[in-house]
Design a binder for this molecule. Structure first.
Ligand SMILES: NC(=O)c1ccc[n+]([C@@H]2O[C@H](COP(=O)([O-])OP(=O)(O)OC[C@H]3O[C@@H](n4cnc5c(N)ncnc54)[C@H](OP(=O)(O)O)[C@@H]3O)[C@@H](O)[C@H]2O)c1
Length: 259
């Protein structure tokens, strides 16, 4: 088998939470281009349908589940539904997450903190439990948790530190699951994106160009990333190209974290 063949995902199925837009959509596209069939999860049916139509043009099977994985019970139900589709899930991308609010920590309402932990951390735990159990039974699988450069460090000039805290915890969960599941054939890794030009970020930076300049000033490569630049990292970690990689975090940030 040549080296590029090791990146192929033909005959495999990948479940991507938040696969209808943004970074999840870009990773889903890359996985499909590498040959994977997809199960995409999102809250808005119309956006999911649009993504499915575009991705199906690559010749892959695309299943859709409309749900809010920020609700732990719903996240569990999503996984049960995905398993019931009858295709073994070979790749799980726990992508849903986000900062969403910018409260100061000293006055952060606890109920909101917990809700956002469910979004950023519990969703990945629940999906890893449910889909991971099936992977462990088959003795193979790859779980990819989407963390952030805000895991190992605090982003300057912004509040909402539940995000830094939850992403750091997700990195810890990644290492722990990797250690526990490695002997049973399931690899668990993380991708830590830096700043990317998703549609909401484009809008946000258009309104606040000074923030974009400040952020880009911290990036050695001098620019934000394009979502498509995250796709190859997902294909690497999903595929046999990374057969000896587990517990790792692949940082894709234009060098933000080197300074
Ligand atoms: N964008 C960045 O620059 C950046 C940087 C570092 C890390 N990250 C991380 O990368 C991941 C993706 O970020 P993004 O910016 O692409 O996110 P996003 O724009 O907020 O969401 C993208 C996808 O997630 C779905 N989604 C959001 N909340 C959901 C929920 N509760 N249940 C089910 N689906 C949900 C969205 O569809 P619906 O709205 O229809 O549900 C959409 O498909 C996140 O974990 C984020 O923390 C992003």
């Amino acid at each position: 088998m040549g080296v590029l063949d090791k990146f192929r995902l033909d005959g495999r199925t990948a479940l991507v939470t938040g696969g209808s837009r943004g970074l999840g959509r870009a990773m889903a596209q890359a996985l499909a281009e590498a040959g994977a069939d997809l199960v995409l999860v999102g809250r808005d049916e119309a956006t999911l349908d649009a993504a499915a139509r575009e991705l199906a043009m690559l010749g892959r099977w695309v299943g859709l589940i409309v749900a809010d994985v920020g609700e732990p019970d719903m996240a569990a139900a999503v996984c049960d539904q995905a398993i019931a589709l009858g295709r073994p899930i070979d790749v799980l991308v726990n992508n849903v997450g986000g900062r969403r609010v910018d409260h100061a920590t000293e006055t952060f309402p606890l109920d909101e903190w917990k809700r956002l932990f469910d979004l950023n951390l519990t969703s990945a735990l629940v999906c890893s439990q449910r889909i991971g159990r099936a992977m462990l039974e088959r003795g193979r699988g790859s779980v990819i948790n989407v963390t952030s450069i805000a895991g190992p460090l605090a982003i300057k000039g912004i509040r909402g530190r539940h995000y830094e805290t939850a992403k750091a915890a997700l990195a810890g969960l990644t290492r722990s699951l990797a250690a526990d599941w490695a002997p049973r054939g399931v690899r668990v890794n993380a991708i830590a994106p830096g700043g990317f030009l998703t549609e909401p970020n484009k809008k946000w930076y258009a309104e606040k160009p000074e923030l974009r300049a400040t952020f880009e000033g911290h990036v050695p490569m001098g620019r934000l990333g394009e979502p498509a630049e995250l796709g190859p990292a997902a294909v690497f970690l999903a595929s046999d190209a990374s057969s000896y990689v587990t517990g790792a975090t692949l940082v894709v940030d234009g060098g933000y974290t080197v300074w």
